[in-house]
Every structure is written in C-alpha cells, then in structure tokens.
Design a protein around this ligand. Structure first.
Ligand code: SAM
Length: 246
C-alpha cells in the first residue's frame, strides 16, 4: 500500500510516524549511514560546533528533542566538559531503548538521560535548559508551531534553539539527482534493510512537505525567537536553523 500522507489528519500522522520509527529503531543508525552516504555525520558535527557547549565544568543542560537513539547528545557530550548534561526526549520508546543501550556502551549514561515525551507538550519546567536541539525531528511533528512554542518556553533567556532538518535542493544538476535518490534509492534501501519501503516513502514525502528555510525562520519568529537565521549545507540538502530566546 502506498499512502499519500499529505491527506492524513494530524493525530493519524503522529501514529504513522510512530510506526515508522518503531519498525526501524534497531536499524536506525545503520539506515542513517546508508541513506546519507555517511553525510549525516558531517551535518551533525556542524550542529555541535555551532552549539559550542562549554569545555570546562560550567553547568550546561541540553534538551535534545526527537533525539531518538541519542546521536546528537553523544556528540555534544564528547565535545563538552564536566558540567554537561543532556536529556534526550523522544515520543518513541523503541528508539529511546536503543539509545539507552548505546549510552551504556559509550560510558555516557551518566551524561545523557532518555525520557519519553512529545515535542508538542514538553513535561519540563519553564526556563530550564541552556540549549534545545532537534535534528531531523521537527518535520515529523504534526503541529510544528506548538513544538516551537514549547522549545521557547523551556529555554532559559539567553539560550539557543538549533534545528537541523532536510531542506530543498535548488542546485539544478543536483536537484535531479536528489529526486532520483529520494524517490527510487531511499525506498529501495528501506525495503532491503527493513523490509518496509512505505516507511521510507513517507520520510521522503515529509521532507518535500517541510517549509522552506525562509518560512521556517518566520515560524521561529512567531514563536518568539530572535535572530532567526539558517545556513544550508550540501547544496541545500539540509539546513541548520538557529534562534535565540532573549
Ligand atoms: N535526532 C536523532 C538523529 O538525528 O539521529 C533522531 C532523528 S529521527 C529521524 C526522528 C525522531 O523523531 C524519531 O525518533 C521519532 O520518534 C521522533 N518524533 C517523532 N514525532 C515526535 C514528537 N511529536 N515528539 C518527540 N519526538 C518525536
């Protein structure tokens, strides 16, 4: 069955998303490498460099929403000092469970916690984090405006919001190649590795549907963020958005 998810009501969209990540959790990290040709590592490194967590023992609390198996948090933990702590918050318990195991394997289980939660209604207190990251997660959230409001609410004044997300390729040659890759190669890799091409078809569609950087920056401003801007990487395949709660 092929689903056109544009027509799916918001609550059902979340169910669809949950099914996708339930089915791929165990192989999620492998899939990331296969589908991005390893490039997700470089993009995530840029996010961590931009986040620039303190290297000394200054306390720094990161909230890593839609943090899945913990990639962003582990990278941030490695780049930071003794005062660092991250909370990975994700709606999917299967992804979180894989993350918890990885944290133990990496000896980072004292630095990184995994909690179940929804980006649209976070369980954390107002003004409680020094930074908020969301990587390849926000396009899965049905009501992005709510997620942005919640991000603003839980950040301390003077702290930063960073969002890494697929964007739109507008380099002529690259965009043809990218279309071919998205609509043919990605669902095929998905089918071979997880037996589930539909999930990946969904992912490709969700990327196409996500707002353009200029429009996303406007949504960030609507949620209260100042200095909303972005940088594109790899010819527009991804964009890193930044904003501040002042
Ligand atoms: N940030 C990780 C990374 O970069 O490797 C994981 C990204 S993964 C593509 C997207 C994650 O978003 C999934 O783990 C999924 O469960 C999570 N997610 C989807 N909807 C969510 C929601 N409403 N609230 C929190 N997490 C959500």
């Amino acid at each position: 069955t092929h689903f056109g998810y544009r027509d799916v009501p918001l609550d059902e969209k979340q169910t669809l998303v949950n099914d996708v990540f339930h089915s791929v959790a165990g192989r999620y990290d492998l899939m990331n490498d296969l589908m991005s040709g390893g490039m997700h590592r470089l993009w995530k490194d840029v996010m961590i460099t931009t986040l620039n967590p303190p290297r000394d023992d200054t306390p720094f609390r990161l909230l890593d929403v839609a943090g899945g198996t913990g990639d962003i948090s582990f990278r941030a933990a490695k780049a930071s000092g003794a005062g660092f702590h991250s909370t990975v918050c994700d709606i999917n318990t299967d992804m979180l469970e894989v993350g918890r195991q990885r944290a133990v394997e990496r000896n980072l289980d004292d630095k990184v916690d995994f909690v179940e939660g929804n980006a649209e209604s976070l369980q954390f207190d107002d003004r409680s984090f020094d930074a908020y990251t969301i990587a390849f997660g926000i396009r899965n959230v049905p009501r992005i405006d709510l997620a942005l409001k919640e991000a603003y609410r839980v950040l301390k004044p003077g702290s930063r919001f960073l969002c890494l997300e697929f964007s739109s390729v507008d380099v002529p040659g690259l965009s043809k190649l990218y279309d071919l890759f998205s609509f043919k190669v990605i669902p095929e890799i998905g089918r071979v590795v997880t037996g589930d091409a539909d999930s990946y078809q969904y992912l490709v569609e969700s990327i196409r549907k996500f707002p353009k950087p200029y429009d996303f920056a406007e949504m960030m401003r609507d949620a209260g963020f100042a200095r909303a801007n972005w940088q594109v990487m790899s010819g527009g395949i991804v964009a890193l958005h930044s904003g501040w709660r002042l």
